[in-house]
Every structure is written in structure tokens, then in C-alpha cells.
Design a binder for this molecule. Sequence first.
Ligand code: PHE
Length: 344
Amino acid sequence: MDLITTLEGLVPELEKGLDRASSLEELENLRVDFLGRKGRIAQIMAQLPQLAPQDRPAVGQAANRVKESCNALFDARKAALEAGREAAALARFDASLPGRAPWRGSLHPTTLITEEICGIFKGLGFDVASGPEVEIDRYNFEALNMPPEHPARDMQDTLYITDTVLLRTHTSPVQVRTMLARKPPLAVVVPGKVYRRDSDLTHTPMFHQIEGLLVGQDISMAHLRGTLTAFVRAVFGGATRVRFRPSFFPFTEPSAEVDISCCICGGEGHVNGEPCRVCKTTGWVEILGCGMVDPAVFAAVGYPDEVTGFAFGLGVERVAMLKYGIGDLRMFFENDVRFLGQFN
Ligand code: PHE
């Protein structure tokens, strides 16, 4: 039974070959060599017709046994090689290495300052209100004591949508909307976007304001001064000095602009002997406009003659620039993550 011996001899031979095989590719080559359609076992089986018929079944059975053994050997070796691959991959993987830190978002400085300022006024009893950015002439100008021929309506400053519809140039129209909707006493702050036809180093066509309005009985300039001083010290620190300069707004009378002692040089006018760039050595920086609500505004919203109140409006980017020492207004609009990421 020569063929049977040859067949059975294939098993130890395959075993040796498998021991040397170190990759799945080599394994596959061996498989083709032994078990393939033209492989060693197939070649032996091809000789079957030359045998006497009574000898053929024994050889066929031997071939099947050998095939089974070979398959089992392949499977075992394949499993071992795959396990080895995994182990090697795991050996390269260092579970003790620190992970990659995930990107962490942060709030935009404009948002941060807006939230901080509104939070301060909420603490003083103010509500937070809002109004539309597309506004009608009547609320943006007329009811604020700026009649049709008023120079503030100039096309140079205002972005008009139609003759009577425009992008609000300040948050003050929300004063009007609030008073039309509510009865005094009331106190609101109104954060929001405003638009002006202005674009240079220190002006952008859109920026943010926060409006304040307080209406009640016997409200005086002293209340305004006390409220704004408390606000300024909450944002810029308790040592900040505040001064009121006479000014003019059509919707307040009297009106004032508020300066604070420069938060960059501490009001000294110089930093390390160098002239302060922020206050230009004056020691003061302007931060907002304000005043006592003009009776003409109360009349426009149908409030009784006895009411009194104050209003103020501040530029959010301006406060943020002063508070964080940001020198360039454009930083707020460029969305450079290297800048924004510093406000975590
Ligand atoms: N609306 C004014 C401006 O945009 C600011 C202001 C608001 C002044 C309220 C006085 C009272 O310049």
C-alpha cells in the first residue's frame, strides 16, 4: 500500500512546514501546496484509477483522513499566528500613555461680558429684555425724540431697509418697546446687536450694546450715579473711580458720558514709565452714555407726566477690550481660536 504510506507521510511533513511558517501568507502557500486542486494530495489521488478496484477504497479513506488532519493542523496554526499578531499589536499599545485631550470650546468674550454685565444688573433687580434687530424708524428714532429731520438719521450712519424700516442703530428702541408693553415701575437691561454704516480700525458695522432703563417715582441722577458706580466696580474692581461728564443725547436730559479710571494704567496715565496707549495718558476712559429719560420720550409712550427714570447704553466690545486689555476691535469678529481659546 505504497500510496497510503505516501499520503500519511504528508502529515508530519506539513507539520514541519507549518512550524516554519511565520505569516498567514506562507500558511496559505502551504495550504495550496498540500490541499489545493493541483496539490500533493490531489496528485496522489490522480493515481487512483491505476490501482486495482479493490484497493481504491482504502486509499480514498486514507486520503480523507489525511485531509482532515491537514485541515486541523492548518486551523490550529492559523489561530496561533493570529493570536500572535494581536499580542504584537497589544505590545505596541501603551495603555499608560496619557490620552489626547479633547478640544474644549469656550464662550466668546462678547458673550462672557454680556452675561457678566446682565448678571450684575439682575442682582440689582433689573429684568433682561430683548427686541428685534430690524426695527421701525418710529422706535429707533421718532419716539426717542429724534424727529424726521434729525441728523442722527443720516444715511451715512444708518442702514436702511426701506424708508421706514432699518437695522437698529442702538438698543434704545427697546426702551420704547418695553414702556409700550409695561407700566412703571420697571427696570430692564437689554443686550443685543446694533448696526451702523461704519467700518474702520475702531468701528465695525455690527457691534453689541447693552441698554439700561429704570422708570419709577422720584428717580434722580443720584440713583443713576449710584447704580452705574456699583456696576463699574463690579466689572472693573472696587478701586475703580467713576466720573460723569456732561453730554447730549436727544432721548435723555440731562445727559452724561461716564468715564472710569483707566484699568490698564490704574489711572496713572503711564505704565512702567511709558505713556498708556489705552487712555492716552489722561488716566480716564469713556465707557458709556446715560442720562435722565427725556419727558418727550415718556410722552411718546403715553406715560403720565409724574414718572421719572434714567437710561444708559454701553458698548459691549468696548467694555471687553478695557477689561481684558484687548487692543484691536477686529479680534472680536475674526474668530481666531488662538484668541477665543484664552477666555476659558
Ligand atoms: N443709545 C446711545 C448710543 O447708542 C447710548 C445711550 C443710551 C445714551 C441710553 C443715553 C441713554 O450712543
